[in-house]
Design a protein around this ligand. Sequence first.
Ligand code: SAM
Ligand code: SF4
Length: 447
Amino acid sequence: MNKLDTALVTAAISKAGFEPADDVKEADVVLINTCSVREHAEQRVLSHLGHLKHIKENKPELIVGIIGCMAQRLGKKLLAHETVDIVCGPAQIPQIVRLVNEALNGSKAAIAVTEKIREKTNAEQNRALDDFESVFDTDKTIPAQAYVRVMHGCDNFCTYCIVPYVRGPEISRPPKVIIDQIEKLAQKGVKQVTLLGQRVNAYKYTAGEKTYCLADLLYLASKVNVIERIRFVTSYPSAEFFDEILKAMADLPKVCNYLHMPAQSGSDKILAAMNRHYTAGQYLKLLATAGEVVPDIALSGDFMVGFPGETEDDFQQTLELVKKAQYKNCFVFKYSPRPGTSAEKRMQNDVPKEVKKRRNIELLAAQEKISDELSRQFLRKEVKVLVEGLSKKPHLKSPRDGSNPQLIGRTARDYIVVFNGPESLAGEFAKVKITKTTALTLFGELL
Ligand code: SAM
Ligand code: SF4
């Protein structure tokens, strides 16, 4: 979601005549897109602001803007920070160009946050956001790929989560708007779209007699020429529409056989305290069904360790679930109390820091073994990747001997593949023969 918002803001302000600066010291305006999901992410923004304060001492005309979830959460409090000139919440990003111009013209209060964030937006506000999303849509950082938001916000209120309070209520965008946007992206050369929603599988839109679900979107998007891959994240573990979505995955070659479905915990006691509406048994049953309908499906998950009240026994149950699930990879987070959420207000953050850290390491180690084994099955096999671009490692980006640089691509099942090839392959599909594997990466030779 944040990557998409960054792309939208970058495109809007570029169209208004601004150009990206190579170095923060050369910039007239610095915009920081922020995340509030964990405290650590917010602390990083505050330390970044400390750095900008020094730059601003020598360059007082520098404009600094905070956009995104932290802007929505802290609003005027952020504007009180001496370095900050602009504050703009995620639902207000269509106003970013106006805010930047106001700040450049000397306004001291360039702020746009949603006053009543949990109030449903009206049709006109939805249209304004839809128009903004449809005009500015491609992410130039990864060629031939784009994110498409199918839903805003979330209504699930997991007790630890800030998202419903900063991104507002769950609203599904009209299917026509989504498909028109995908068609436009295809005309610009986009080959892979990723449909985004906090509970993307809960997508539901009624138009006339028909109620559309995510599976309908997958069928419609599959008909768009040029688009060759369709992904969707994040799936919430719920039986609603699940069979339809799996059937679409099995039926439609363009839909990638990859499911990111966070479990968060393997303990029913903790899942209930998190307000997740499922048990570990129900979750595993969903995964088993997914494996039956889409036999080569790749799975990934999110977990949280150290949620209030999590005992060693609860944690062992999480380890058990991870072993049974056989994820290709999973993301593990240490619980971080978020102001205003019900866990922060009503529960004690009672798992010590060191215990959270140890559980985090243990869970990742268990997953690494599984990932390693799953990766090995690709040895000596051919895979098709969509090339994302150059490797991040500077010495491999442009080898001194003039040979081909290292490239990164992804398979339909979301495996990262590293190989040498011409840079011109970025945004193209390529066939690679896998020669070496690690837990998280496949290495190979371009065919
Ligand atoms: N909507 C998705 C879902 O329900 O699975 C997840 C969205 S959340 C922004 C991404 C991940 O951050 C979650 O899956 C969860 O593991 C983690 N997360 C959310 N709130 C957190 C908190 N307070 N502390 C630590 N991790 C958190
Ligand atoms: Fe947060 Fe839960 Fe909504 Fe995901 S489903 S965004 S974790 S409240």
